[in-house]
Design a protein around this ligand. Structure first.
Ligand SMILES: [Zn+2]
Length: 313
């Protein structure tokens, strides 16, 4: 099975590509995600048909969906951004395209891409942590995607880190992503700059001196210049990430953690303090081998390449 199609279904766009066995994307297409959940299904099928016309030899389709996907990789149990509930996506895409299809959780696809072709290539056990607006993740154990009994494993952003902590979009309180995500970083910047405008001068300067609307890019720019308060924001973020990773290491003992998502674009600004915090919080840290902490390397291709490759296995 040389060529397969991978589809990355996002809340705003559907991106699809023809992918070979090495993870290389040979052709791509993308369309905006329609607001109607059934039109979204049609748009996926249309993107697949378009690519199949160009590469008639494609053998299967992998669709990465942003939500809960059942264990047999056929049905989207729930995808809030697309308004899918128990959507039989495998069956629908197969009917509309004539190609064998599997459906996967989008974060699993990204994790699989890093495992097969990216930062975690060569490892058998890995955890991907996507640090974006929230925290997403995917877990590969003994060389296999870990899906869990119901297919919904790896929702690591909702580990309960703080009893009765900040409200989370999931309905819970104190979830990890409220403290270790891009949105949390933004909050640290806003709070710290408002509390101490003198120390926060550089971050404030970058946002026309308005603390309430400081964004991640302002914090990152200031931190890259060495601004102490911006670096403190990164340190706080990293501290929370390191705590959670120590818990994940206690559970899964991975060989490597891969940091992806938008915040990981800041490179060593994120990586270095996270690796340090992980070491600090790792149980029995001095007496055990330690997992590597690496940055993701697949970038925006991960969703497509991972979905396509999971259609083969
Ligand atoms: Zn939550």
């Amino acid at each position: 099975m040389a060529l397969t199609i991978g589809v990355d279904v996002g809340g705003t766009k559907i991106a699809a590509g023809v992918v070979d066995e090495t993870g290389e994307i040979l052709a791509r297409t993308r369309v905006p995600t329609p607001a109607d959940p059934q039109w979204a299904v049609d748009a996926i099928a249309q993107a697949v048909r378009e690519l199949k016309e160009e590469y008639p030899e494609v053998a299967a389709v992998g669709v990465g969906a942003p939500g809960f996907v059942n264990r047999d990789r056929s049905t989207v149990i729930f995808a809030p951004n697309i308004d899918w509930e128990n959507e039989p996506l495998k069956q629908r895409i197969e009917e509309l395209t004539g190609l064998e299809t599997v459906v996967e959780n989008d974060a699993n696809c990204a994790a699989w891409a890093e495992f097969r072709f990216g930062a975690a290539a060569g490892y058998e056990d890995m955890v991907l942590i996507t640090v974006g607006t929230g925290i997403g993740g995917g877990i590969v154990l003994d060389g296999r995607m870990h899906r869990g009994r119901f297919g919904v494993a790896g929702e690591i952003g909702h580990l309960n880190m703080v009893p009765d902590g900040l409200d989370c979009g999931c309905g819970g309180k104190g979830c990890w992503e409220q403290y270790g995500s891009g949105r949390a970083l933004r909050r640290y910047g806003r709070e710290k700059a408002a509390a101490d405008p003198i120390a926060g001068k550089r971050m404030l300067e970058l946002n026309d001196f308005v603390a309430e609307t400081i964004r991640g890019i302002h914090i990152t720019e200031a931190a890259a210049e060495g601004d102490p308060l911006a670096l403190e924001c990164y340190a706080e973020l990293a501290d929370w990430l390191g705590r959670g990773m120590a818990d994940l290491a206690a559970l899964f003992d991975p060989g490597v953690f891969v940091l992806g998502g938008g915040v990981s674009d800041s490179g060593s600004l994120l990586l270095d303090p996270v690796a340090e915090a992980f070491e600090t919080y790792l149980t029995g840290g001095a007496h055990r081998p330690r997992a590597e902490v690496l940055l993701a390397t697949m970038g925006s291709a991960a969703g497509i390449a991972g979905a396509a490759d999971l259609a083969r296995v």
